[in-house]
Design a protein around this ligand. Structure first.
Ligand code: PNS
Length: 136
């Protein structure tokens, strides 16, 4: 079974990598797909996000990298023949934000979302925090 792990990955973090590793143990293939989040303006160009993702996941044989900017996740899944979405959840606030999207995605196309609880070691890592500290 194939799964998609979608995100802005702007940039990808060790937290994303941990979720990808664990998903890769559960599925035959995991596609990390860069999509657009209308609430985020975008920091790194798409090409750089993809290059970093490919670099981070280089040792994971069944993890691939793709992008589908400006499209709905359900359309990407339909076209790619993928029925499961993987998302990491760090906090209850994450789940509160994610549940409506998961429910809408299932309503629109029947795809299920599997939430992978973040390892506590990565709970406070976010792309925003990584970017902010890297700029200092
Ligand atoms: O890393 P992020 O920013 O939390 O990822 C959010 C993302 C990109 C997965 C989400 O915004 C998304 O699925 N965008 C694609 C457009 C879409 O399908 N939106 C409707 C969700 S109900």
């Amino acid at each position: 079974m194939r799964a998609v792990f979608p995100g802005s990955f702007d940039p990808a973090t060790q937290g994303h990598l941990d979720v990808a590793r664990r998903a890769a143990e559960m599925f035959d293939e995991v596609v990390m797909c860069v999509l657009s989040n209308p609430k985020k303006t975008g920091r790194f160009p798409l090409a750089e996000r993809l290059a970093l993702l490919a670099d981070l996941t280089g040792d994971l044989a069944n993890v691939t990298v793709d992008s589908s900017p400006g499209r709905l996740l359900v359309d990407y899944c339909r076209e790619a023949g993928i029925d499961v979405v993987v998302r990491g959840a760090r906090t209850p606030a994450d789940l509160e934000h994610e549940l409506p999207m998961a429910q809408m995605n299932r309503h629109l196309s029947g795809i299920e979302t599997l939430f992978v609880p973040t390892d506590p070691a990565h709970s406070y890592i976010s792309s925003t925090i990584v970017t902010a500290t890297a700029q200092r």
